[in-house]
Design a protein around this ligand. Structure first.
Ligand SMILES: [Cu+2]
Length: 69
């Protein structure tokens, strides 16, 4: 399993955290998601054969937040 950290701008409450976690968890190949409001980041564990980091950024942005790898 690969792990990547994505910085996220725009999360203001636990609802945002839940939204981000939901969209990331829905991506095929994602095995674990830890979203921190304090650190403004998501730590994502994934199968590199099935998911690519670019997908995480897109999913976060589609959910209404800014993402930077
Ligand atoms: Cu919120």
């Amino acid at each position: 399993m690969e792990t990547t950290v994505v910085k996220i701008t725009g999360m203001t409450c636990m609802g945002c955290v839940a939204s981000v976690k939901k969209v990331l968890t829905a991506i095929d190949g994602v095995q674990s998601v830890d979203v921190s409001l304090e650190k403004a980041q998501a730590t994502i564990g994934y199968d590199a054969a099935r998911a690519r980091p670019a997908q995480f950024k897109t999913a976060i942005e589609d959910a209404g937040y800014e993402a930077a790898a």
